[in-house]
Write a protein that binds this ligand. Structure first.
Ligand code: SAH
Length: 223
């Protein structure tokens, strides 16, 4: 794994490696079995992706607030989305909704070429600092991610980490043939994690992976 950890990244007490290992065992007990994904979660220090006052809760399997009304996703959801994405052995991926940067860091720790788009400038600035601190290469931009990142596409896989009533056509169009798009779809408080894969004839196969709850996918950008 290409991470050069500084001392604060290793953590202590409730942010120690031992606590991270326990989270991984819990994810395994809850059905996550891709060892690459479990290993990435074991490696990436989630406590550095949230405010210090919440750091002691970083390895609970729960979503936590990251400011601006947004949340860092629950570890099980990050693991499930990442596992669903890794099944198609992607190389180049796009994430819509950088947030804390944790999901992007997990993807980078897996050795993928990661592109991520965030609409809230302040969140993106903090996430970029985290990528630098951890020595992770992540390409990011401040924009409305519903438009994807056409200049950098097409992508082998696209992960959307905010919920919309329907899949965004603009994103589908930035997949390579056979590429997968994974996104929460549905109304507030009751969404399904959906994976679509493009068939040879250009149509899409769709599967529902799990019930999830995400913050909404919004339009436009804010500083
Ligand atoms: N993947 C993130 C989850 C963050 S929550 C993590 O690991 O922490 C979802 C994020 O999506 C929020 O930061 C929100 O601002 C962002 N978002 C919502 N709509 C968006 C859009 N249209 N384009 C880009 N980002 C968006």
């Amino acid at each position: 794994m290409r991470m050069h950890m500084k001392p604060e990244a290793t953590g202590s007490g409730l942010t120690s490696q031992r606590v991270r290992d326990r989270l991984v065992e819990r994810l395994r007990a809850n059905g996550i079995n891709d060892e690459r994904v479990l290993n990435a979660i074991r490696t990436v220090p989630r406590h550095l992706f949230i405010d210090e006052v919440l750091a002691s809760r970083a390895y609970e399997d729960t979503a936590l607030p990251i400011g601006q009304g947004q949340t860092i996703s629950q570890p099980w959801v990050v693991a499930r989305m990442t596992e669903a994405l890794m099944e198609s052995e992607p190389r180049k991926v796009l994430e819509v909704g950088t947030g804390s940067g944790y999901q992007a860091a997990v993807l980078a720790a897996l050795g993928l070429e990661v592109h991520t788009v965030e609409r809230i400038g302040e969140l993106l600035r903090v996430a970029r600092k985290r990528f630098r601190t951890l020595g992770l290469t992540v390409r990011s931009k401040h924009d409305d991610g519903r438009a994807g990142w056409p200049e950098n596409g097409p992508f082998d896989a696209i992960l959307v980490t905010a919920a919309a009533p329907a899949l965004v056509d603009e994103l589908k169009a930035q997949l390579v043939p056979g590429g997968v798009l994974i996104a929460p779809v549905g109304p507030a408080n009751s969404q399904s994690l959906v994976r679509i894969r493009q068939r040879a004839d250009g149509g899409f196969d769709e599967e529902v992976l799990a019930p999830v709850v995400f913050v909404p996918l919004l339009s436009g950008t804010v500083d």
